[in-house]
Design a binder for this molecule. Sequence first.
Ligand code: NAD
Length: 375
Amino acid sequence: MEERQRSLENLGLTMTGLEAYGGKRVLVTGHTGFKGSWLCTWLEKLGAEVTGIALAPNTEPSHFALLNTRMKSHLLDIRDRDALLHAVKQADPEIVFHLAAQPLVRASYADPYETYTSNVTGTLNVLDACRACDDLRAIVVITTDKVYDNREWEWAYRENDALGGHDPYSSSKACVELLCNSWRMSFFNPAGYGSDHNVLLATTRAGNVVGGGDWAVDRLIPDIVKATVGGEEVEIRNPRATRPWQHVLEPLAGYLQLGVRLINGEREFASAWNFSPDNLEGCDVISVVHSMQAIWPAVHYRIKQDEHAPHEAMLLRLDNAKARTRLGWRPQWNADATFRETIRWYRAWYEERTVLTTQQIEEYERLITQTAEVD
Ligand SMILES: NC(=O)c1ccc[n+]([C@@H]2O[C@H](COP(=O)([O-])OP(=O)(O)OC[C@H]3O[C@@H](n4cnc5c(N)ncnc54)[C@H](O)[C@@H]3O)[C@@H](O)[C@H]2O)c1
């Protein structure tokens, strides 16, 4: 195995396949946000020429600001069609990762109009602008695990299950899935790839993502971190709600691997993909809080259930068999490792003002390489 790795290294290759991004022009929308800023760091590390389009960071601190990146950054609203088209044409991307969105369930109840226009009209504008890009080969649109018609049952949702969405956020993302499907049928149909057009389009549905550098409101891990650093108890709203928690690097690895297949022109990958952890043991909110306490004893909490709180799903599982078998993607970190790495990032930042992002990406890349060797 070592010999295989050495010979690949001599050829300048790693065993992850992600070296395909070297020198590629990549557009990431939502680069100032939590997932987008991790994705851009990884892409830059892979040698891509990255351009970002998003609003200015809306948290303080902001992971994007801490990274001090040299990437090209356009701060604009994706609902502004002309400004967006201009920036997309300037970036002239070969691949687009579309993450920009209003991503919070509770905020979507407070302002459904903002949520639908950013998520649906914004995506429409991005897809439409993509039609004007001559060198574009691939589009990866990030939706969510919440796009499914949630029946609150114990079975995991597969990519061909019905779409739905109770709250405006989930519904808006299900609309994005429908929109992408129409675009895939009408303009970027895999059957006409290479003759009528040169673009393959996929959508991705990942679970609740955690990791260092998220300071958004109304999210469990940032709430715990902020309260703990401030010496306070965190208020827990839904102790029994279960979610597919995963480290941010897990779905990002999936998006990147999927992107490589699309750039390579493998048309059978132009579809919807789940990226989720293998099982949900210990993944209700209260177990997560207890795991965090075991790693970081300063964490304290109190339950504050609100009978009048707007509806949020209680049970949500995704089936990752398609990504595992066809893409070769698999989760690398179980729940313990996920929370340990997350707390490690925050403590390094709060206690030493060290940003571990690049280091954690390198550690994670080593894991993917080892998995590829075993396979
Ligand atoms: N964080 C999670 O647990 C999670 C889970 C599933 C899916 N997602 C999806 O992943 C994507 C990124 O989420 P995140 O957690 O990084 O969110 P985030 O709030 O940290 O980042 C959102 C990004 O979108 C940009 N944005 C929002 N509205 C915009 C607009 N109108 N015009 C231009 N830019 C706009 C913001 O500026 C920011 O860069 C979203 O599409 C979200 O729905 C997130």
